[in-house]
Write a protein that binds this ligand. Structure first.
Ligand SMILES: Nc1ncnc2c1ncn2[C@@H]1O[C@H](COP(=O)(O)OP(=O)(O)O)[C@@H](O)[C@H]1O
Ligand SMILES: [Mg+2]
Length: 433
């Protein structure tokens, strides 16, 4: 039994850096929770506070329902695995895994049994006699996992444990790690900046940006109904298409979404049209993932957008067409840039998480305006310094299609798969979650 709860937890470092900003998060017993966000957003700091390696500046870290702020790390029944795992080079694999048990004074016979069990669960049962230098990278990471898990921790904390491995091995170990922790029923908090890793491994994902928790939910929830523009843009590949739209309400009939030269019509019997109708005469952000767009014949009636292919990308199993439909793009920029790169003014304008582009007549957002959650300024900036960027809709095509740049292309839009965000970057929706 092991649960974790963060109650209004903040961490401000001595130099004034706000690494974690009023985070509230519950991790259930046996749950595999992934903390996701770009480098520098505060993931490791959260993990270190749970482990007791860092004190919260305010708020409470609760373990199994008890405030644990003053509990020393060794009393927390926690095991941690890092990116830079260090094995004892002079010890065999078996002795490396057995090491924590030896320290804890476990007798040789049960110790040997537990090492064998863990090693076979991790698929390294046949290399127990080898030294770390004789192992592959993946095997070494398995040994590090084995050493952490052999103590049967109640809580497993992993900080980007796969980032140093190459991609094939990473995919393989992803499945093994989530399989193993589920089998053991160990509550796990797993940190990564890789959205694909998060979506494939997690029971639930918690997405952070600049110390602020943006969204928490199952992969289906955060992907299917992202709480903020930032989350929408962070999850999925190709990235969600984000367009500026102006809203006009025709009561009892439909809501028109004007996307530059073309329009889409949200029928009044779609319950979301009530929520979008509040923005009559204003601009919002419309998000459409590639899976909401199907290429069709140009004269197809219905919810169809006409465009011209700007360029094509071939990915082997599919090709992506980037379609100019005469709409304006909303850019969620530099998702991964660390905060300090914003030092010089020019970069500052484009920095990490900033949403560019315009909403004529709206207050100019400061250069550091974050998108949604913890921010009350507009994400649809004043046009002044930026030229309008034409939106390029990413559309999936069959591999190596018989079209090329410059060709016209029409796409049918699944209206029920559209996402709407307000100028703060918060989701516009009805009765969700
Ligand atoms: N000991 C420290 N002193 C000052 N700032 C720190 C310290 N540790 C981390 N930070 C800063 O806190 C922020 C969050 O860091 P971190 O939790 O390591 O992010 P992540 O793990 O998401 O990459 C970053 O801006 C980082 O530079
Ligand atoms: Mg980190």
């Amino acid at each position: 039994m092991s649960t974790v709860a963060l109650k209004d937890v903040s961490k401000v470092f001595q130099d004034g850096t706000v690494a974690v900003d009023t985070v509230n998060l519950d991790v259930n017993d046996g749950e595999f929770m992934v903390l996701l966000g770009p480098s520098g957003c505060g993931k490791s700091t959260v993990l270190r506070m749970v482990a007791g390696l860092e004190d919260p500046s305010s708020g409470a870290v609760m373990l199994d329902g008890e405030v644990a702020n003053d509990l020393p790390p060794r009393d927390r029944k926690i095991a941690m695995v890092f990116q830079d795992f260090a094995l004892y080079p002079h010890l065999t694999v078996g002795d490396n895994i057995a090491f924590p048990l030896r320290l804890a004074g476990v007798e040789p016979t049960p110790r040997g049994e537990r090492v064998t069990d863990v090693a076979s669960a991790l698929g390294i049962g046949d290399v127990l006699g080898r030294k770390p230098s004789q192992l592959s990278g993946g095997q070494r990471q398995r040994v590090a996992m084995g050493r952490a898990i052999v103590r049967r921790p109640g809580l497993f904390l992993m900080d980007e444990p796969l980032s140093n491995l190459d991609s094939g091995l990473r995919a393989e170990l992803r499945a093994e790690i989530s399989g193993l922790t589920r089998e053991l029923g160990v509550t796990t908090i797993y940190v990564t900046h890789d959205q694909a890793e998060a979506l494939t491994m997690a029971d639930r994902v918690a997405i952070m940006r600049k110390g602020v928790l943006q969204d928490v939910g199952t992969p289906t929830q955060v992907y299917g109904r992202p709480a903020t523009l930032y989350v929408a843009a962070f999850l999925g590949s190709p990235r969600m298409n984000l367009l500026e739209a102006s809203v006009y309400v025709h009561l009892d009939r439909y809501v028109t979404l004007n996307l530059g030269e073309q329009s889409l019509y949200l029928p009044w019997d779609d319950i979301r049209s009530r929520a979008v109708a509040h923005y009559h005469g204003e601009r919002i952000v419309v998000g459409m993932r590639a899976e909401a767009l199907t290429p069709v014949a140009p004269d197809t009636p219905g919810d169809v957008l006409q465009g011209r292919i700007r360029h094509l990308e071939h990915h082997g199993h599919e090709s992506l067409a980037f379609l100019d439909i005469g709409a304006t793009a909303i850019m969620v920029d530099e998702m991964g840039g660390p905060v300090e790169t914003a030092a010089d003014g020019q970069r500052g304008l484009r920095r990490f998480g900033q949403v560019m582009q315009r909403l004529a007549g709206r207050a100019e957002a400061p250069a550091s305006a974050p998108a949604g959650r913890g921010n009350r300024t507009s994400v649809l900036n004043d046009p002044g310094r930026h030229h309008r960027r034409p939106a390029e809709l990413a559309v999936r095509l069959a591999p190596y299609p018989a079209v090329s740049a410059g060709h016209p292309l029409a796409v049918q839009v699944r209206m029920d798969a559209l996402h709407f965000f307000d100028e703060r970057g918060d989701r516009i929706d009805v009765g969700w979650r």
